[in-house]
Write a protein of this length. Structure first.
Length: 393
């Protein structure tokens, strides 16, 4: 049995234990008016065990699919190898220590302001690591552009029509309206630093170190913006739009109970989405909210939530995948606690081509700062394709 299979087997046993405790808690609530403290503690422990096992399975699966980067490095072209070696030297020593040949290798990357575009291979590695950490980027539509904004013409309206006799008069019908969305890009940055001594003496792979640091910062920063950003100097998040069903509004569906999620609320949210968007629809919610969702049952006493049954497969809720998004608020009075929809159809991410790095040995002596920037934008492009659950107040 492989390590992933062992973890999957342990997950199944833990889920069974969690559900047994949930049933016990329900019986205690009926009998005593509340669940016993011992049962509550055991439920929380089992829930955390499920979270931990899910994380371990994801890590094992990602490690299996990531491959060996060094193998790819060995097969790179001479030109690519020269650029990479020059970039490594740039990070360690600065542009003034590059030879004429090394300057030439990076000439296509040069920036008049003193920065350098990150190598394409490294840029791809950063984006890949961000992709693995940011659920919205995994799920949304992503477009690379070379300008400062993306314009989208949206036509979700229809012309009017009616019935008439062969010779009867025909009144004018309504004309379809179109809307234009403009998604601007905004600058996102990271500024990791290292001492010059470490850069001089350590045998670390500077390119890999910088990619890890930048990817970690970018993933957290953009994940928050894609969920709740206000659109001012940052992408506009899914939760930032006014409630409604018109253009530039996202429909909010009541969860069915004060400050909590109910089975009826989850079902109502799922059925509020048009059938055209059900294919590819997913759930987004905070990890803390999952603890409640895992115990919800329908009228036939069947659990709405099911754990992923294969390595690399997400948990399912009403047959649709569940993705953790910690920037979505937890259940609570008035909170927008859950997102459901086809995120690829609903949300557009715009990447301005290129990640740029500026080596700064002056601002934080004795450390060297690596000021790395990326321009990215985002916003909802199809307001029918996503719905939000709102807890009652």
């Amino acid at each position: 049995m492989t390590p992933i299979e062992q973890k999957m087997d342990e997950l199944q046993r833990t889920v069974t234990q969690f559900r047994d405790l949930g049933n016990q808690a329900q019986e205690e609530t009926k009998k005593y008016g509340e669940q016993l403290s011992e049962t509550k503690a055991a439920l929380e422990k089992a829930n955390e065990a499920i979270n931990k096992l899910n994380d371990e399975i994801k890590s094992l699966h990602a490690a299996m699919n990531r491959g060996n980067r060094e193998t790819g490095d060995a097969n790179q072209s001479q030109e690519s190898k020269a650029r990479r070696e020059a970039f490594q030297k740039l990070l360690r020593k600065g542009a003034e220590r590059l030879t004429e040949t090394e300057h030439k290798a990076l000439s296509v990357q040069s920036d008049p302001d003193g920065g350098y575009l990150v190598l394409p291979e490294m840029s791809a590695e950063i984006v890949k690591k961000v992709f693995e950490s940011s659920p919205i980027r995994q799920l949304a539509s992503v477009q690379q552009i070379s300008s400062d904004s993306l314009e989208i013409i949206e036509d979700l309206d229809e012309v009017g029509a009616g019935w008439a006799t062969e010779t009867g008069s025909r009144s004018e019908t309504s004309t379809a309206e179109i809307n234009k969305l403009v998604i601007a890009v905004h600058e996102m940055y990271a500024k990791p630093k290292a001492s010059q001594k470490i850069l001089d003496d350590a045998s670390i792979n500077m390119e890999s170190w910088l990619a890890d640091k930048v990817a970690e910062k970018f993933a957290r920063t953009e994940a928050t913006a894609f969920v709740s950003g206000d659109g001012i100097n940052k992408p506009r998040g899914i939760l930032s739009y006014a409630a409604g069903t018109a253009f530039n509004q996202v429909e909010q569906v009541n969860t069915g109970a004060a400050a909590a999620i109910t089975a009826d609320g989850v079902i109502n949210l799922a059925y509020s989405l048009k059938s055209a968007y059900k294919q590819g629809a997913v759930w987004l919610m905070k990890r803390a909210t999952l603890a409640s969702v895992r115990l919800l049952k329908d009228a036939q006493d069947q659990y709405l939530w099911q754990p992923g049954i294969a390595a690399g497969q997400p948990d399912m809720l009403l047959g649709y995948p569940v993705f953790e998004a910690d920037d979505v608020p937890a259940e609570g009075a008035g909170n927008l606690c859950m997102v459901f929809g086809n995120i690829q159809a609903a949300y557009q991410i715009v990447d301005r081509f290129g990640i740029r790095t500026l080596r700064d040995p002056y601002s934080s002596k004795p450390y060297i700062e690596f000021y790395t920037t990326k321009r990215v934008g985002g916003g909802v492009k199809n307001f029918e394709a996503v719905k939000i659950a709102k807890c009652s107040t």
